[in-house]
Ligand binder design. Structure first.
Ligand SMILES: [Mn+2]
Length: 297
């Protein structure tokens, strides 16, 4: 049994970059990254695909974003069963986006236990209150499960420059919130890939498939294939678009063509922007992006 786990695809992200072709949108990158993350499914190398939330960047995505996503989900679901679960960005749930679901696509908006491709799963979409999460996870795991799907911060979850701790951030889960018996937890929410152990429980954070912020500029992005027999994991790299921060002339050599570039506060000059453009970089807009930008060309 091989499980393809992906998360935080943030489809429909709209960030604006000067120098990028007008027909390009950052949303294209996120859709392409999701397609690359699904490569093992298209190659027939996995038995089930599980998405642990933040499928879309916004709770009310543009209809074109939903249509493009549904087309991709339908392609996958023709090959292997695919499950989607909402994250905090999908805060009104996911099922209302789709008037009909193709065969093979399961959308779970509420905590539940279910069987998929012979796996016993518990799925608990994002919940802000740890006590409520703990009760939902315990109920969903009561009959025994192979995997618990989550979209949360856990004790020790780390993003660049920050470690989550229960009590310090009100929605962070500790070992006391986990169900007894410790099924492996496949987790989303945290965009930095990592694995934690809380008591007896392995909590695998797959990370996101593309970068949504310059904070993530040095992180690998992708999906993972989890082998139920043996429990080992291998990563699928989605080759995210390069992102760099330019704080001065010395950083210009790090700018590759078609890279996304943020100018540090001290480097926000028209001259520096021209230097970045001459190297083919695309500059994150400052101050605020225009709300009028197109989503798909
Ligand atoms: Mn996310």
């Amino acid at each position: 049994m091989r499980v393809l786990h992906l998360s935080d695809t943030h489809l429909g992200v709209d960030r604006w970059f000067r120098g990028a072709p007008t027909e390009w949108s950052r949303a294209d990158d996120h859709l392409a990254a999701m397609r690359r993350a699904l490569a093992p499914a298209f190659a027939g190398e996995v038995d089930v695909v599980l998405h642990t939330g933040d499928v879309f960047d916004r709770s009310r995505p543009h209809p074109r974003v939903i249509a493009a996503a549904l087309e991709l989900f339908t392609e996958v679901a023709r090959i292997v069963p695919l499950l989607l679960m909402p994250g905090n960005h999908d805060r009104h749930g996911l099922s209302w986006h789709f008037s009909a679901l193709p065969a093979g696509l399961t959308v779970v908006d509420k905590p539940c236990a279910l069987q998929l491709a012979g796996l016993r799963l518990a799925a608990v979409p994002f919940l802000r209150d740890p006590a409520v999460w703990a009760a939902a996870a315990a109920a969903s795991c009561a009959e025994g499960v192979d995997l618990l799907l989550a979209h949360q911060c856990f004790d020790g979850s780390t993003v660049p420059g920050f470690v989550f701790r229960p009590g310090e951030q009100p929605d962070t889960l500790g070992v006391q919130h986990l169900p007894r018996g410790g099924p492996v937890v496949l987790n989303g929410h945290i965009h930095t890939p990592q694995e934690l152990r809380l008591g007896d429980t392995r909590v695998i954070h797959v990370g996101s498939t593309e970068r949504t912020s310059f904070i993530e500029r040095a992180e690998p992005k992708g999906a993972l294939v989890w082998h139920a027999d043996g429990g080992h994991v291998h990563r699928v790299d989605t080759a995210p678009r390069p992102m760099v921060i330019v704080r001065g002339p010395g950083d210009l050599r790090t700018v590759e063509p078609e890279a996304l570039v943020a100018l540090g506060r001290e480097a926000r000059t028209l001259e520096m922007e021209a230097e970045v453009a001459s190297r083919g970089g695309w500059v994150a807009s400052w101050p605020k992006p225009s709300p009028q930008m197109p989503l798909f060309g």
